[in-house]
Design a protein around this ligand. Structure first.
Ligand code: COA
Length: 210
């Protein structure tokens, strides 16, 4: 499937928010919300801090937003990135599924990532996104994300050990804590353990029978 199709057509509707492709009009709210050290603190360094207009524009180009010259990142199959919006359309954050590895061995796995504008923390939005996007990706919809149309088998997340809010989000969303990658990342000059959470299809079946 072409990158463009993946990045511009997918919409995931949840109870209190919608995951939709980014638009050029997201630039201002995106930069305003993302330019917050409390957001960048537990994100990979690929998430810029400070989050300038230029950084926001680059991100929208990576997401192949209509009307902007696209930038194609090296990963294949493509990542899929969503703006998180309230039902009234307010932009409140971002979520995505990142492909792992380069030789295809990880092709049925994606890493989930999400962040929420600080003004909207504590309303259950990230929990809804982690649960809803994970379930969506493991459903037949996820076949649209793999190069051979096979279903995705696993969604995982790596949480820096101090990020208690995100660990709580994943646990509430049904992800299983699988282990710790000790001292795996450096963020702002400090080493962090990374807690690995995973969600596979049989975890969803378990939910349904409980
Ligand atoms: C992590 C994040 C996405 C959570 O978003 P959110 O929409 O506020 O999440 P939710 O409301 O679904 O749940 C958060 C829970 O963590 C709790 N929480 C927040 N800070 C906490 C802390 N320091 N210790 C323990 N629990 C904490 C909240 O109280 C809430 O639980 P509750 O509903 O029982 O009160 C948001 O804080 C964020 O954007 N952080 C920066 C980016 C980030 O860390 N992304 C994830 C990378 S793995």
């Amino acid at each position: 499937m072409a990158d463009e199709l993946v990045s511009t057509t997918l919409v995931v509707r949840l109870a209190n928010c919608i995951l939709r492709p980014y638009r050029a009009s997201d630039l201002e709210p995106l930069c305003a919300a993302a330019n917050d050290p409390a957001i960048a603190r537990y994100m990979r360094d690929a998430f810029p801090s400070p989050y300038t207009q230029e950084a926001g524009l680059q991100w929208l180009r990576i997401c192949h937003v209509e009307g902007l010259p696209p930038v194609t990142p090296a990963s294949s199959p493509p990542d899929v990135n969503f703006a998180i919006c309230l039902l009234d359309g307010t932009f409140v954050g971002g979520a995505g599924l990142r492909a792992l590895g380069t030789d295809g061995t990880d092709r049925y796995t994606r890493e989930i990532g999400y962040w929420v504008d600080r003004r909207f923390w504590g309303r259950g939005l990230a929990t809804e996104v982690a649960a809803g996007l994970g379930r969506w990706a493991l459903s037949s919809a996820g076949r649209r994300l793999t190069s051979d149309g096979q279903p995705l088998q696993r969604i995982e997340a790596g949480v820096y050990a101090g990020n208690l809010a995100s660990a709580k989000v994943l646990e509430r969303a049904g992800y299983v804590r699988e282990g710790v990658r000790r001292q795996a990342v450096v963020k702002n000059g400090v080493m962090h353990d990374v807690i690995i959470y995973g969600l596979i299809a049989s975890d969803l079946d378990k939910d349904a029978h409980e």
